[in-house]
Design a protein around this ligand. Structure first.
Ligand code: A2H
Length: 252
């Protein structure tokens, strides 16, 4: 963690169907409540391509009250930060209604705002850091090398990860066009750099290059801002998500 605050967009992915393993741990939730998985992102303009949402399987998470009938699923650490950013009803106060591990929620179906795939699954990503963001990472395999590498690994080793192969969407939607890497920047970079695992040490370099190329040279080719440069669309998509109640600002 550096000295400058990191400004994330908190994306709200509403639970549609809980995984069976999560159900016994939800007893304190009033019936009819809405729970949202909160994913911290730096790339709100890519949300059209969300194909799943990642949690760290061995990270501990909580369910926190945000309003009457509305709850957030995120790490304790993120909840504490949110309590000091006017996101919860009472400043500095965290009200926790449940504790779950990432493993408990694998297979949960959530609605991903703006995503062309609409409802997507919660899937495991071993490289999610508990010490960053909300501990929840929404997956955009077209533009994030980490998400692309993890998606491909999950599809290849679904049995090993204890997931259903059909939960992994590998038909990747192009969102951004770049002169250098075409319309699937992450896939192109992962293949060019011969990255074949989510733990490959070349991933940070691929991530850096994908981010720069997308931001400075990318053009949107999907959604209401198609034709606009990514550098402009980023803020427009973010404001649209906030206005429609699907996102909020979160800093740490
Ligand atoms: B980004 P920074 Cl399309 N552990 O969102 C690991 N990674 C995490 C995380 C955690 N606890 N919390 C957030 N992230 C990811 C979209 C995206 C992202 C795209 C391309 C690049 C990219 C879709 N995933 O990030 O370390 C989230 O993934 C590359 C910079 O705080 C978040 O934005 O700078 C980004 O890393 C935050 O990274």
């Amino acid at each position: 963690e550096g000295i400058n605050p990191q400004e994330y967009t908190g994306i709200k992915l509403k639970v549609v169907v809980w995984a069976d393993a999560a159900k016994p741990k939800l007893e304190k939730l009033p019936s009819g409540s809405n729970v949202y998985f909160i994913a911290a992102t730096l790339r709100p303009e890519t949300m059209y391509g969300q194909n799943c949402c990642f949690v760290g399987p061995s990270i501990n998470y909580g369910i926190f009250k945000v309003a009457e009938g509305e709850y957030f699923f995120c790490s304790d650490r993120a909840a504490r930060n949110m309590a000091f950013q006017n996101i919860f009803p009472e400043w500095g106060v965290v009200e926790k209604l449940g504790e779950l591990s990432g493993k408990d929620v694998i297979g949960t179906v959530v609605n991903a705002p703006l995503s062309a795939y609409k409802d997507v699954r919660i899937l495991p990503m071993e490289t999610v850091k508990a010490s960053k963001g909300t501990g929840v990472v929404t997956s955009v395999p077209s533009d994030s090398p980490d998400d692309y590498a993890t998606t491909m690994d999950l599809a290849k080793k679904a049995d090993y990860y204890g997931i259903n192969r059909e939960w992994v969407i590998t038909d990747i939607l192009p969102i951004i066009e770049s002169p250098k890497y075409g319309n699937l920047i992450a896939k192109t970079l992962v293949e060019q750099m011969k990255i074949n695992s989510p733990k490959d040490p070349k991933l940070p370099e691929a991530k850096e290059e994908a981010y720069k190329e997308g931001f400075y040279n990318g053009t949107m080719i999907y959604g209401e801002f198609a034709g606009r440069p990514v550098s402009e669309a980023k803020e427009l998509v973010k404001q649209f998500l906030i206005k429609t109640g699907s996102a909020f600002n979160y800093a740490e």
